[in-house]
Design a protein around this ligand. Structure first.
Ligand SMILES: C=C(O[C@@H]1C=C(C(=O)O)C=C[C@H]1O)C(=O)O
Length: 87
């Protein structure tokens, strides 16, 4: 397999990832509406901490190549961006 083959695999996977991330963001929009109705803040530190711990544990069990710390950093960015669409 050459570079073009693996780049095509990455391109295809990214398309799936974009759809999944938008699905996730749509769920967060729904959560945001409920929070607004209830007068709750968008940012929930304990929930984000719980997600980061679960993500790191899952990444550890998968045994790489992305480390638990790397995966947690990726999810931190996802959650920061998600908060923006919830508002
Ligand atoms: C989606 C939520 O809102 C915010 C975004 C989160 C996320 O992207 O997972 C988690 C906690 C909140 O800071 C939520 O409270 O569940």
């Amino acid at each position: 397999m050459d570079i073009a083959y693996w780049r095509k695999k990455i391109d295809e996977l990214e398309n799936n990832l974009i759809e999944l991330l938008n699905n996730r963001a749509n769920y967060a929009v729904k959560i945001g509406k409920i929070k607004k109705e209830k007068g709750l803040p968008v940012f929930d530190a304990s929930r984000e901490q719980e997600i980061l711990e679960r993500v790191a544990a899952k990444a550890k069990a998968c045994d790489g190549p992305l480390s638990p710390e790397s995966m947690a950093r990726i999810f931190q960015v996802i959650m920061t961006e998600t908060r923006q669409v919830e508002r």
